[in-house]
Every structure is written in structure tokens, then in C-alpha cells.
Ligand binder design. Structure first.
Ligand SMILES: [Zn+2]
Length: 402
């Protein structure tokens, strides 16, 4: 890999993003759309040409017989890994420079410690590695936790009781590959932005519902992190004053009524109240048990899912009033409940949100087949190419280079 001078690298993200948005672009167009100087744009594009990121694809005739060379991004000149950590599994992909998935691997997570999750990531990357056809820039990971602003450390995970863990460093030590982290809802929002069913939508909220509940907020086409990286902690807004205690120290958080563990607790309580005999009834110990019960039309479990949707809808109505998004995407494991859940959410949102904010809004289940997190984790790396050093990038696939 030929190294670009540091000064030129400053604008690399911008130039690569512009080339991704518009397939055939001249240097003059890049100058006017990036706001960078002519000298900087040529320095960057020359480096990208030398590194194989872009190629020349003909000329655009302009006046008096002059012409401009058109450049095109080579989407598979470099690859990235993206991994999403759900509560019980890791989904990882190899993606190209547009974050388009090339290969996918999935592994179970066998416990709740950081090491269990890291083992699943390493197993996925080992499985994907033989499919690499170009050097790898890095690995992005959507983690079930809050992350520091540099994308290096896990600061807090309430469901798993994690605090201040050097997660990126731990993964880098095992894979010798640059790693960037973000909360799994934030990367899933990025996945929707890059590859979702609603291209051109730049103001939306992705709500991840699983063991934890977090919102990924996209404002003006960019992920919103907040002042210290903690934006979007939807699970810890209060929906039941004086409700159940939450792991965060508050009471009645959304987490206490709409997370997977809360749904299981509530469904079992309904059965007890109805005096059902637990010995003859199907067990309700996992999300899969709940999904099976919904499929069989179990009325008590359906009632529980409806109530879950009401609380989520209540919280989402507040988000809509606050941020005025044009789209709300509900994803994560709980989205697998499908129609009974999304219908309850829509009904409650219509009851509560401002009519002006509801005009033209769509509230949908994610359509990226549970890959949005992995796609978004890949996009996270592509969004931060400047912080990925060319010295370390591509090490994993060095044998395939040249
Ligand atoms: Zn809480």
C-alpha cells in the first residue's frame, strides 16, 4: 500500500464519499463539491489512483476542445469487516467500499462476558478470511454497550454489567487489525443510511430492541453521538413513574418494560395470574419461546407483546416530538414479533405524537434481514478512514496484495 502524505489524508473521507455518491466524477467537480483546494484534491486523487481505490474511466468533453478526466471508485479495491453483536449471536460480513455485503458468517455468543462476545467475533472473522479478495481496511463492531467518543472503549452496558472495558484493544490483540466500535443501535442506523430501503432519507431514528433498548439517531445524514458519545439511551427514559427499579439506578425505565427479559417476566406473570399450570404449558424462557407462542396465537403472550408495543410507542412518540424524523425503523431481536408489535407501536404513536410531526412519517420494521448492524459496522470504518492508519490497514490480507 502506497502511503499518502498526511496533509492529503485529511480530506480522503470526503473525496471517497463524493466518489461513492456519484460514480463518475471529474477532479474539478470534486474541488467544487468538497470545498478543498485544487492542489489537495489532486494530491488525494493521485494517491487514490496509485493505491487502486479509483481508476480513470474516460473523459468529459467541455468547451473549446478541452476535456476532464472522469474518476470512478473501485468498490472492491479494499474490503472491510463489519460485525454486529446481538444478545446471543454475532453476525459478521465482508463488505466493499460501498458497505455492500460480500460474505456473511454467524456464530453463537456463549455467555455474557466481553470475552464471550470477542470469541464469537474472532470465530466469524476466521470463517470469513478465506473469502477475502483484497486488503482489509479494518473491522467495525456494533457492541451492546455505550462507547467512548473515540470508538475504542466500552463505557457501560447495563444488561451485561460491563464498565470501562478496552474492547477495541482486546479484539485488535487477537486479530491484528484496526478496530472501531459504536453502540449496536448506532451502527444499525448507519446500515439503514448506507444500504436501507429508504435511500435519501437523512433524518431518521433506528430503535434497537433486544436485551437493551437504544436509539441510533441520524440527523442531516450523519450519526448523532451527543457530547460524550451517549446520545440515544432510549431504554433509560422513564415511562412508568415509580415503576420497577432499573440497572441504571432509576425506576420505571423503558428497559424495565420492553426489553426481552421484561417481556418474558410480564408474559410469565400473566400466565400465573390466569392460573395456568406451568407443568402443562409450553415454557417461556427465551425469545424463541415467545415467538413460538405468538405464532400459535397464544392470547396472553399476544397481550404482552401489545403492551410492549404500547410502551415502545409511548417512548417513540416523545422521540418524534423532540426530533421530527421522517422515518422510525424498529429493529433488533424483538422486531421479529412483526405485525402485532409494530401495529401496537403505530397505534400508540398516533395517540400521542403531535399531528404536525406525524405528517408523512413512516414507522417500519427493519428490512435488512438482521444484517443492518453488520453493514453499518462496515460503514463505520468507511466513515472514519482517516483514523485508520495505512501502516496497519491491509495487514490481514497482506499475502493477497501485489
Ligand atoms: Zn434505566
Amino acid at each position: 500500500v502506497q502511503k499518502a502524505p498526511f496533509a492529503a489524508r485529511e480530506g480522503r473521507d470526503t473525496i471517497i464519499n463524493l466518489l461513492r455518491e456519484q460514480p463518475r466524477t471529474s477532479r474539478a467537480e470534486l474541488v467544487s463539491r468538497s470545498g478543498l483546494s485544487k492542489a489537495t484534491v489532486s494530491e488525494i486523487t493521485n494517491a487514490l489512483l496509485a493505491e487502486g481505490f479509483v481508476r480513470e474511466v474516460g473523459k468529459l468533453q467541455i468547451n473549446r476542445g478541452r476535456s476532464r478526466v472522469l474518476l470512478e471508485l473501485q468498490p472492491r479495491a479494499r474490503l472491510v469487516f463489519g460485525a454486529q453483536l446481538d444478545d446471543r449471536s454475532c453476525t459478521a460480513i465482508i463488505a466493499d467500499l460501498r458497505a455492500e455485503p460480500q460474505f456473511r458468517a454467524e456464530r453463537p455468543v456463549l455467555g455474557t462476558s466481553p470475552e464471550h462476545f470477542i470469541d464469537a467475533i474472532v470465530a466469524c472473522v476466521d470463517e470469513l478470511q478465506p473469502h477475502l479478495t483484497a486488503p482489509v481496511l479494518g473491522l467495525g463492531i456494533g457492541v451492546p454497550a455505550s462507547v467512548d467518543p473515540n470508538g475504542r472503549r466500552v463505557t457501560l452496558s447495563v444488561p451485561y454489567g460491563w464498565r470501562d472495558i478496552p474492547f477495541a484493544e482486546l479484539v485488535e490483540a487477537k486479530l491484528q487489525l484496526p478496530v472501531l466500535l459504536a453502540n449496536r443501535a448506532k451502527v444499525a442506523a448507519l446500515g439503514e443510511l448506507w444500504q436501507g430501503a429508504n435511500p435519501g432519507v437523512n433524518d431518521f431514528v433506528y430503535v434497537y430492541v433486544g436485551d437493551g433498548i437504544v436509539a441510533g439517531i441520524v440527523a442531516n445524514g450523519s450519526l448523532y453521538f451527543g457530547s460524550a458519545g451517549g446520545a440515544g439511551e432510549l431504554g433509560h427514559i422513564t415511562v412508568v413513574p415509580d415503576g420497577q427499579p432499573c440497572g441504571c439506578g432509576n425506576h420505571g425505565c423503558l428497559h424495565t418494560v420492553s426489553s426481552i427479559s421484561a417481556i418474558l417476566r410480564s408474559a410469565r406473570a400473566r400466565r400465573r395470574q390466569a392460573d395456568l399450570d406451568p407443568a402443562t404449558d409450553d415454557p417461556l424462557n427465551t425469545l424463541d419461546d415467545l415467538l413460538a407462542a405468538v405464532e400459535h396465537g397464544d392470547p396472553l403472550v399476544l397481550e404482552t407483546i401489545d403492551e410492549t408495543g404500547v410502551y415502545l410507542g409511548l417512548a417513540i412518540a416523545n422521540v418524534i416530538n423532540l426530533l421530527n424524523p421522517s422515518l422510525v425503523v424498529v429493529g433488533g431481536p424483538v422486531a421479529r414479533f412483526g405485525a402485532p408489535l409494530i401495529n401496537a407501536i403505530r397505534r400508540e404513536v398516533r395517540r400521542r405524537a403531535l399531528r404536525e410531526s406525524l405528517a408523512g412519517i413512516e414507522i417500519v420494521l427493519s428490512t435488512l434481514a438482521e444484517q443492518e448492524g453488520a453493514i453499518g459496522a462496515a460503514a463505520l470504518v468507511l466513515d472514519h478512514l482517516e483514523s485508520i492508519s495505512p501502516d496497519t490497514a491491509g495487514r490481514l490480507a497482506a499475502d493477497d496484495d501485489d
